[in-house]
Design a protein around this ligand. Sequence first.
Ligand SMILES: C[S@@+](CC[C@H](N)C(=O)[O-])C[C@H]1O[C@@H](n2cnc3c(N)ncnc32)[C@H](O)[C@@H]1O
Length: 240
Amino acid sequence: MKKEEVKKFFEQTNIYFNYDYNIKIRTETVAEFIGDEYYSNVLDMPCGNGFISLKNSNQFNALILVDFSENMIALAKQIAEQEKVTQVSFYCGDIFETNFNNKEFDLIISLGILAHIDDVDKFLNYIQSKVKKGGAIIIQNTNSNHFYSKLIRLYLGVRKLLGKDKYTLNKVPASRVENSFKKAGFSCQKVFRYNQSFIGFSKLFSNDKKYELTRKWFGNAAHNKNASLGSDYIYLFKKE
Ligand SMILES: C[S@@+](CC[C@H](N)C(=O)[O-])C[C@H]1O[C@@H](n2cnc3c(N)ncnc32)[C@H](O)[C@@H]1O
């Protein structure tokens, strides 16, 4: 049931118009995490419109983009063409129906999924098992135990009561993600923390302004200011 609602929601690719500044921040954070490393086989799952990994793909030999939204994959194909990225393949389908034929990846990018996926632990175990030893996972989570997340939840609860939103986001504490990776033999190499929601004030600011305010307040991955105030975490985990 939830899966159908999530799919329906993400078929509306116009969410990217209001979300654009956040994509820019995610793209730059991935670039900062990657540094000058090169990766042979990279998986972005779920990729949304693919912008984040396509923009960083000059450091990837081969890139696979996965998403179950046909419209997102169509956008990703357009962006790949515009960006002249040829070492990319696309899979339109459910994450848990992917079959990589025992292939393991050097880098997996999974941003914006833990709040939406039916089974968080199954997803974490799946991506952890698909990375080579010495490989890395870049994953994002909104820490449900953080005070700012609680504020967002309150705001979203009111929207839901008013019939403006349909489904409830998963609550995933930072400790759940961190413990899962630790247990699977990963070490946390980098974290960037910020807030991706302007709680009801989003429409007051342009994407450029939201980008500028976020950078001013939280800095970047190399110099993360006010990190303790950020409920949104982007991690770089390495498989030891
Ligand atoms: C918040 S977006 C994030 C996309 C991208 N990673 C980004 O940061 O822009 C979540 C994406 O997950 C996809 N998605 C959610 N559940 C999925 C599933 N079970 N299988 C495949 N894609 C899924 C949605 O279609 C949507 O494009």
